[in-house]
Design a protein around this ligand. Structure first.
Ligand code: GDP
Length: 633
């Protein structure tokens, strides 16, 4: 993992891609359990909060609107919607910030939780495990022949008796050679691969990197290498299009060894196979090498138990309802099994193989299309089997909540401004960077300069470059950032629309620069704890003081008319008299008639008391604002 693809010149050593434990083990401990029953809404302070609750439930508890809670969450770097589940620690932070004292409601912890991940991991050490087919993903630059290779492998190796049969594209297929099977995921490219990993799934056992022999290593080739490395998956290179007169396989080997992918024949550990997807040349060799790599990695699973696996793709079909292609990773999936997949569940009504044939069961590494789920799961969701439908439904709900907690609290995206604090707290010692630039020249210069910061800063933070490539910031860059907990740096490049959306929803720190000096300066500041976040004031609304009253305790409150926007209880108030700021501070009370309120909209009147300011006068204008962290430009 620490072997960064961006670091040039790492030629010796040849980076073993296929290290033992590829299935990223989650921090083993039992996942937090979820409140199935929630206590009735609380009365007054202090409040108790369950281990997990939704944003809107929290809003109820703290007597605020959902939007206000979301805003508080944003302040601590969490992008959430109303239905999102958050854990107690996060909820507690928000409650505290809003002036509530809260404690965790221990009794709400459900005792029926199952640790999905650990069960799945058991299969690896299960003595009843037997060899299973490898699951293979094909990656590489556009037009280098990924699709053609998948098609050629499939058509050349359909199993006995299936030749001529209809092939169905269900997202994965199996072929047979020398009496053994191999499974190919047939969405080529690293986008699907990273999207799955972003959801915590690792379906791929071996990656095939396709490089066209006439074209050589291209930007996407480098990206694919970075993704494969970060997933620690064994790699086989297919040098394609060797039928072309312009083919130059040696140049490909040279270029790849420069990118720290060292061919076996040159003393490295990456098998290279020369193929022509067009002529179907070398395909047998490729399959043989893949089986060899599978043997070396001892891919095993126990078929004699309930199935677990991963969703490869899923959609709604107007006639058949939710249709999902699942890949069985261990155990055997049977018709009529009750499945929990991600946050949905259902009883399998029908099951089809990659030839569209109805099947009754599917063993390890077999992809099948299943019908019967209540809703559409997402690619990368894991699935499991349960005896009892009721338990399945409950667990589907729990699982989605548990997942969210993990993604919120453990895998929270790294923010450059928080880096130093995290280092001090011992939470991280690494700043991972995905670097995108407009041209190769600036990319190389920035990459070198960034890595040099490791020598010049002695704060114990190490910078590593997960990916350095040219071109716009893409959605798959964001996915890689999410899985590797990296920040994204764009030099003279911007994200495309999909990437922008993905970055916003995942809360990835994406920074743009046009001047190398600024870029280095800011990264260095972050590494040494000198980078302060930039805040800006956001105006919530304006109001005008129309009369004032003195309370028995001598506090003065003003009767306001809200002119524009809204007045929010926890905003700051800025009192303007003839355009001059005479006070800025907190709100002590906000009332409509006799009631305390959280918000008053434009066109309404309200009573306002200010914290430490009793000189409010008729005619004063009051601006209400809150502070918000903004990305640097
Ligand atoms: P992808 O974008 O990587 O999926 O590439 P495709 O599979 O779509 O192939 C791109 C182009 O290269 C197509 O026109 C293919 O017919 C062609 N192609 C693929 N493999 C070979 C090959 O081995 N030899 C030759 N000559 N052309 C190939």
């Amino acid at each position: 993992m620490s072997d960064s693809a961006g670091r040039g010149g790492n030629r010796s050593g040849g980076g073993r891609f296929g290290g033992g434990n590829r299935r990223g083990k989650r921090s083993g401990g039992s996942a937090r359990t979820v409140a199935v029953k929630r206590a009735a809404p609380t009365v007054r302070e202090p409040i108790t909060l369950p281990p997990v609750l939704s944003v809107s439930e929290l809003a109820d508890k703290v007597e605020m609107t959902g939007v206000e809670v979301i805003r508080e969450l944003m302040k601590i770097g969490i992008m959430a919607n109303l239905n999102q589940q958050i854990d107690y620690d996060t909820a507690n932070k928000v409650a505290t910030a809003l002036g509530w004292e809260s404690s965790e409601d221990e009794s709400a912890q459900a005792s029926t939780s199952a640790d999905f991940e650990s069960r799945r991991l058991e299969s690896e050490s299960d003595p009843d495990s037997t060899a299973r087919p490898p699951v293979i993903t094909i990656m590489g630059h556009v037009d280098h022949g990924k699709t053609k290779l998948l098609d050629s492998i499939r058509s050349a190796n359909v199993a006995e008796g299936e030749a001529g049969g209809i092939t169905q594209h269900i997202g994965a297929y199996q072929v047979e050679t020398h009496g053994r099977r191999l499974t190919f995921l047939d969405t080529p490219g690293h986008e699907a691969f990273t999207a799955m990993r972003a959801r915590g799934a690792q379906a791929t056992d071996i990656a095939v990197l396709v490089v066209a022999a006439d074209d050589g290593v291209m930007p996407t080739t480098r990206e694919a290498i970075a993704h494969i490395k970060s997933a620690n998956v064994p790699l086989v290179v297919a040098v394609n299009k060797i039928d072309l007169p312009t083919a130059n396989p040696d140049r490909v080997k040279q270029q790849l060894s420069d990118a720290a992918v060292m061919p076996e024949e040159w003393g490295g550990d990456v098998p290279f196979v020369e193929v022509s997807a067009k002529d179907k040349r070398g395909l047998d060799d490729l399959l043989e090498v893949l089986l060899l790599v599978a043997d070396v990695n001892e891919l095993k699973a126990n078929p004699n138990k309930p199935a677990t696996g991963v969703v490869v793709e899923a959609q709604v079909d107007s006639n058949r309802g939710a249709v999902a292609t699942v890949l069985v990773q261990s155990g055997t999936l049977n018709l009529r099994d009750v499945v929990v997949a991600g946050s949905t569940w259902g009883r399998i009504k029908a099951m089809f193989d990659d030839h569209g044939k109805r099947v009754r069961r599917a063993g390890p590494s077999t992809p099948v299309e299943i019908l019967g789920l209540m809703a559409v799961p997402q690619a990368g969701d894991t699935f499991e089997i349960f005896e009892d439908e009721k338990v399945a439904r409950q667990l589907a709900e729990q699982r989605s909540a548990t997942r969210r907690i993990e993604s919120i609290s453990e895998n929270r995206p790294v923010k450059l401004t928080e880096l130093y604090d995290q280092v001090k707290e011992g939470k991280t010692a690494e700043l991972r960077v995905i670097l995108k630039a407009d041209v190769q020249g600036s990319l190389g210069a920035i990459q070198n300069a960034l890595l040099k910061l490791n020598d010049t800063t002695d704060e114990g933070v190490q910078l590593s470059i997960q990916l350095a490539s040219t071109g716009a910031i893409s959605e798959s860059d964001i996915n890689l950032a999410a899985t590797t907990r990296s920040i994204v740096i764009g030099f003279n490049v911007r994200p495309d629309v999909a990437a922008k959306r993905a970055a916003d929803s995942a809360g990835i720190d994406v920074r743009f620069y046009t001047i190398i000096y600024n870029l280095l300066d800011e990264v260095k500041a972050a590494m040494t704890g000198l980078l302060a976040p930039v805040f800006e004031d956001v105006t919530d609304g304006y109001a005008e003081a129309r009369n004032t009253f003195k309370l028995p305790n001598n506090d003065v409150v003003a009767g306001l008319y809200v002119l524009d926007g809204k007045v929010v209880r926890n905003s700051r108030a800025r009192v303007l008299r003839s355009g001059v700021v005479v006070f800025e501070g907190g709100i002590k009370s906000l009332k409509r008639f006799k009631d305390d309120v959280r918000e008053v909209a434009a066109g309404y009147e309200c009573g306002l008391g200010l914290d430490g300011f009793n000189d409010i006068q008729v005619g004063d204008q009051i601006e209400f604002l809150h502070r918000q962290e903004v990305a640097r430009t």
